[in-house]
Design a protein around this ligand. Structure first.
Ligand code: GRG
Length: 303
């Protein structure tokens, strides 16, 4: 994987991601300072500043720079992507949803602050994400900011994450086909990755054709992300627990490896990543290096 990523040129992807995470973490810390009511802000900051790879902000900033924009133009939107992502994780972990006790290596939000505060701090992060884009984006036309707000709204709501989550919940404990599985992945995962890239490009001043090229790139890496997740679910649990236990664990969930087998699933992921990278063909090689490396990182990650 290291070798693959390094082939993108002399570009140091690991250092790039560390630098981007540092920039985004500082901006998030400043965007959501601790204040009254104490518990609400503690809960928001607990999850928002808990680590995480910051893939969505990195994509947003990289897309903005790729099309010639200044990274500062996309920073509020990059933070907004992470706010929506974080709130979706808080709500996903709730007892009425996935009922998870741990996230990003620490107890889930509701385990620390209670269900009521976890729901409300998720709501506050979601609403603030939109306020933050509208209030903190400078040096970009109001028309472009409006388009960004529409993109994020669509990706988050009943045509995006929420829809994906609903279909996912309704598909539990029953066998679903490839079309439904793809619907879930496209909405639950790809939609916000797509919004991150597309919004970065819009804020960077991209024309329509370029935005649509990058939309295709992001949909492909979004779908690949989840196919790889399914593959890792099988391989990681198999390694850790032995084959029978892994099978028992995953029995209620339809996955790509279950429908297509492990090898075919790997082929699908590979194809998606190749097609994503093809979208970047027309761009300056050095400028496209971060998005090429991000696609390879998503496609060939080991955890
Ligand atoms: C958005 C209004 C609104 C509601 C949320 C709960 C819900 C509706 C949706 C669930 C969305 C969900 C949990 C999708 C999974 C997304 C995913 C791939 C998470 C893992 O992302 P990483 O690997 O995680 O980027 P880190 O921790 O690194 O940020």
């Amino acid at each position: 994987e290291q070798v693959e990523v390094k082939q993108a040129g002399s570009f140091d992807f690991n250092q790039y991601m560390v630098d981007r995470a540092t920039l985004v973490n500082k901006a998030l810390d400043e965007a959501v300072p601790q204040k009254y009511p104490d518990t609400l802000y503690e809960s928001m900051r607990y999850s928002l500043l808990a680590g995480g790879k910051r893939v969505r902000p990195a994509l947003c900033l990289a897309a903005c720079e790729l099309v010639g924009g200044d990274v500062r133009a996309a920073l509020p939107a990059a933070c907004a992507m992470e706010m929506v992502h974080t709130m979706s994780l808080i709500h996903d972990d709730l007892p009425s949803m996935d009922n998870d006790d741990f996230r990003r290596g620490r107890p889930t939000n509701h385990k620390v602050f209670g269900e009521d505060i976890a729901i409300l701090s998720g709501d506050a992060l979601l609403t603030f994400a939109f306020e933050h884009i509208a209030r903190a984006t400078h040096g970009v036309s109001a028309d472009r900011v409006l388009r960004v707000i529409i993109e994020l709204g669509r990706a988050s709501g009943a045509e995006g994450l929420v829809a994906g989550q609903v279909v996912d919940i309704q598909s539990e404990d029953k066998a679903v086909g490839l079309d439904v599985l793809k619907y879930i992945h496209v909405h639950k995962t790809a939609a916000l990755l797509e919004a991150s890239v597309v919004c970065g490009a819009i804020l960077g001043g991209a024309d329509e054709a370029t935005v649509e090229k990058l939309r295709k790139y992001s949909l492909n890496i979004g779908l690949a992300f989840q196919v790889i997740d399914d593959i890792l679910d099988v391989t990681a649990t198999t390694e850790q627990l032995g084959k029978t236990a892994a099978k028992d664990l995953a029995v209620n969930k339809t996955t790509y490896p279950k429908l297509l087998g492990l090898e075919k699933s790997k082929e699908v992921a590979d194809q998606l990543i190749q097609e994503a990278i093809q979208q970047l063909d027309g761009f300056d090689k050095a400028k496209a290096a971060p998005l090429v490396a991000l696609a390879k990182y998503i496609g060939y990650r080991q955890n």
